[in-house]
Design a protein around this ligand. Structure first.
Ligand code: SF4
Length: 297
């Protein structure tokens, strides 16, 4: 694997990142169901490149507590406030929509709500509860923020018994001030470490974007840190610049390098890994969970 960084301001997308959009009405059906139920998805808000594929297969990742954030991560297209109070009825609407979509594996994430006393942890818990009530046998993966390091907020989520606890470190330690200025690498690792200590049978998951200027040795160190924190499921994907105001892509990582990282991750000790240019934290999340299920359940 090479680590050569291209310093030109705007790189041309390589052929492996060009996709044909599928046709059909399923995409519009899911989109209108989400809008009719006054919900948000990270698929739409974060301009995920997989949205056509996922919506067309009737899957989506629900974004709770609004579509505005209290942080200003330089890679993310979700805008800063103004913030609205969380909607107490939103958990039921998420559950109802997931049921109508026929989901058996539901991924729930949120904007970061540093303005709320518990960072909004209670809304994760209520959403998990509502999903379990409406969809018997459902599996729920939560992709949570760091709750500002508030251990009690994390406990609130854990007590609701998600099936997978996902918290992305997003990038390597050195790039945190540039990429996630209001986050902290070690605080994020602590979320995973604490989860593992709380319940060793609960699969923990994390993800890293490649292409922001990280070196291979730094990626490897991040993987070691994740393993030491008890993380067992890994996702690696290509960073794509959402708008010109966001951090530029420093490098498009070829698919073969993603394949190599997949092998490396498994050799290092991850139970399962998804690694590829289009991999995102929630991409084919249910399938990834099925692969690791036997080790935990
Ligand atoms: S990969 Fe995740 S965020 Fe992207 S469209 Fe699919 S479900 Fe949504």
């Amino acid at each position: 694997m090479t680590t050569k960084v291209n310093s030109s301001a705007k790189l041309q997308k390589p052929p492996w990142l060009k996709r044909r959009l599928p046709t059909g009405t399923d995409f519009e059906t899911v989109k209108s169901m989400i809008s009719k139920n006054r919900l948000h998805t990270v698929c739409q808000e974060a301009q995920c490149p997989n949205i056509w594929e996922c919506f067309s297969h009737h899957t989506a990742t629900f974004l709770i507590m609004g579509s505005r954030c209290t942080r200003n991560c330089r890679f993310c297209s979700i805008p800063l406030g103004p913030l609205e109070p969380p909607d107490a009825k939103e958990p039921e609407r998420v559950a109802e929509t997931a049921r109508t979509m026929g989901l058996k594996y539901v991924v729930v994430t949120s904007v970061t709500r540093d303005d709320l006393p518990d960072g909004g942890a209670i809304y994760f818990a209520r959403t998990i509860e509502a999903l379990r009530l409406q969809i018997p046998g459902v599996r729920v993966e939560v992709l949570i923020p760091d709750f500002g390091g508030d251990a009690r907020a994390l406990d609130t989520v854990l007590q609701a018994r998600p099936d997978v606890l996902n918290h992305n470190i997003e990038t390597v330690a050195r790039l945190y001030p540039e990429v996630r200025p209001q986050a902290d690498y070690h605080r994020s690792l602590e979320v995973l470490r604490r989860t593992r200590a709380w319940d060793g049978n609960l699969p923990t998951k994390s993800g890293i974007m490649l292409g922001l200027g990280e070196e291979n040795a730094e990626i490897k160190a991040a993987l070691q840190d994740l393993l030491a924190a008890g993380c067992r499921i890994l996702t690696l994907g290509q960073y794509l610049q959402p708008t010109r105001k966001h951090l530029p892509v420093k490098r498009f990582v070829p698919p073969e390098e993603f394949d190599q990282w997949h092998r490396t991750a498994l050799q290092m000790g991850f139970a399962e890994a998804a690694s590829g240019p289009f991999v995102r934290s929630s991409y084919h999340a249910g399938e990834l969970f099925q692969k690791v299920k036997k080790q935990y359940c």
